[in-house]
Design a protein around this ligand. Structure first.
Ligand code: SAH
Length: 215
């Protein structure tokens, strides 16, 4: 399979045609080899318009959703960003193309190990990961110039808002277990502006300020 051609097609049909405009986001999507972030048997489907399983009941998000979230962060290249939900590491790699430094938290060690193998191979040296409950954020490294949560929460985890720099954005799906709304929350000098972006479906954010672990 010609992965480069599949990637270009994905960018045009799934991102550009749906309104993704940020040139840096488009450049990052043309560059990052998404097929390396899924297991061998799924590689030929890696550029499809859907999420795919990555093990332990988790998924690599649909390409468009990753692009939309990254575009909403409004990055210029010199930022320090926080990602909650490393998962496959694909969005981490895209963020590593768009920002100066990426801090990424995942609660499942197995996924972090797989993600790090690929991120190291692709030489993303500006990424730091940790395995823990990301709903607490990463206080020692705060404030962040952007925070993206790639799993759905029943409410906005307050600590993440506390760790966001003024005028910067937190992008997070909020809602029920199987249906949510993607929100862009911008920190003001006092308080926050909240903008609802679109309907979406993400796996659950499990942790102290997310959903309870049912396993
Ligand atoms: N951006 C990732 C999305 C993975 S799915 C990708 O495209 O591959 C969301 C991830 O969030 C899952 O891997 C899940 O284990 C993780 N997650 C859920 N709750 C979490 C929490 N409290 N802290 C950190 N990671 C969490």
């Amino acid at each position: 399979m010609d992965f480069d051609a599949a990637r270009e097609k994905m960018v045009l049909e799934q991102l550009v045609d749906r309104g993704i405009k940020n040139q840096e986001v488009i450049r990052a999507f043309l560059k990052v080899p998404r097929h390396l972030f899924v297991e061998q048997a799924l590689r030929e489907r890696a550029y499809g318009d859907y999420p795919l399983p990555i093990g332990l009941n988790q998924t690599i998000s649909q390409p468009y959703m990753v692009a939309l979230m990254c575009e909403l962060l409004e990055l210029k290249g010199n930022e320090k960003v926080l990602e909650i939900g490393t998962g496959s590491g694909y969005e981490t790699a895209i963020l590593a193309e768009l920002a100066e430094r990426v801090f990424s938290i995942e609660r499942l060690d197995f996924l972090t190990q797989n993600a790090l193998t690929v991120l190291d191979k692709l030489k993303y040296n500006n990424v730091v990961t940790k395995v823990t409950d990301g709903t607490y954020g990463w206080r020692e490294e705060s404030p962040f110039d952007g925070i993206v949560v790639t799993a759905a929460s029943p409410q906005i985890p307050k600590r993440l808002l506390d760790q966001l720099a003024v005028k910067r954005h937190l992008v997070i799906p909020i809602g029920e277990a199987f249906s949510q709304t993607l929100f862009k929350i911008t920190k003001a000098e006092k308080g926050f502006d909240t903008k609802s972006i679109t309907g979406c479906v993400f796996v659950k954010l499990i942790g102290k300020y997310g959903w309870e672990n049912e396993n």
